[in-house]
Write a protein that binds this ligand. Structure first.
Ligand code: 3IX
Length: 219
């Protein structure tokens, strides 16, 4: 068994998998602003008590906007290249539903390197509601999957989740800053054993262990 938790110098370049790459700095501020406005829109639409006339008008405006924006779509699998705070390069799928720069559904969770793994902070609104006032368990699992998957990608090389086990210790609240942690515990060939947790007010609400299988890097 090999134990390997040292960060690799550079993540493998997604271009070697035939995937297009954009630099995060090249995403226009106007697009980032639109993504954020649409995120707020989803939350508002899910909760609105506006009158029928306003609702009909809004639906027409949104339909028109959808038509105007549905041009020159990105290739599926487009990746974003970013430089992390420690200067290393990281790649993520641009529409990743948890962390994607251009996903209006993403909370979004941005992870940074800390001693021993990756850490991010996120506050969930009603888009992610399951039980009243609480995060949906599937989204709790999604946050943890992303944290452990990214930790594995950054500290070893990218892979797919083969197995994810989540312990829901306490309800994960909405509208509360959450700390999300992921780390690599050990590796065994292509198998990467990872773990992570979510904390609210310093208390663990959910924890996970997972097995990632690293993809073969093309020659
Ligand atoms: C696609 C990557 C492109 C890369 C682009 C480059 C850069 C990208 C950079 C970063 C991306 C960064 C971060 C991503 C972060 C988070 C995203 C969230 C993660 C996901 O959202 S991901 C989607 C959900 N996920 C799936 O969709 C997987 C479906 N599944 C499969 O695709 C296969 O199942 C696979 C690939 C898992 C394995 O298949 P395989 O053929 O490659 O490997 P094989 O079966 O030979 O197993 C090898 C050894 O693992 C053991 N093993 C395998 N599976 C096991 C299990 N379940 N339990 C216990 N042991 C297991 C075997 O027993 C053997 O062990 P041993 O060697 O000891 O015999």
């Amino acid at each position: 068994m090999t134990v390997h938790t040292q960060p690799v110098a550079e993540a493998p370049d997604p271009r070697s998998f035939g995937l297009p790459v954009v630099e995060d700095g090249s995403i226009p501020a106007e697009l980032r602003s639109l993504v954020s406005r649409v995120h707020d829109l989803i939350d508002v639409v899910a909760n609105t008590g506006a009158d029928r006339e306003t609702l009909a008008e809004a639906a027409a405006v949104v339909e028109d906007l959808t038509g105007r924006l549905d041009v020159d779509r990105r290739q599926i699998g487009t990746m974003v290249e970013r430089t992390m705070s420690d200067g290393t390069t990281e790649y993520g799928t641009i529409t990743n539903i948890v962390s994607g720069d251009t996903s209006p559904v993403a909370p979004p969770l941005f992870l940074e390197r800390v001693p021993g793994g990756l850490r991010g902070e996120v506050t969930l609104n009603t888009i992610y509601q399951g039980p009243p006032g609480l995060a949906h368990g599937g989204w709790v699992a999604a946050l943890l999957d992303q944290a452990v998957g990214s930790a594995s990608a950054v500290e070893t090389s990218p892979g797919l989740t083969a197995k994810l086990e989540v312990n829901y210790r306490r309800p994960t609240p909405l509208f509360t800053p959450l700390e999300v942690i992921g780390r690599v515990d050990r590796t065994e060939g292509r198998k990467v054993f990872v773990s992570g947790e979510i904390r609210a007010h310093g208390e663990v609400t959910a924890e996970a262990t997972a097995l990632m299988i690293r993809v073969q890097i093309p020659e």
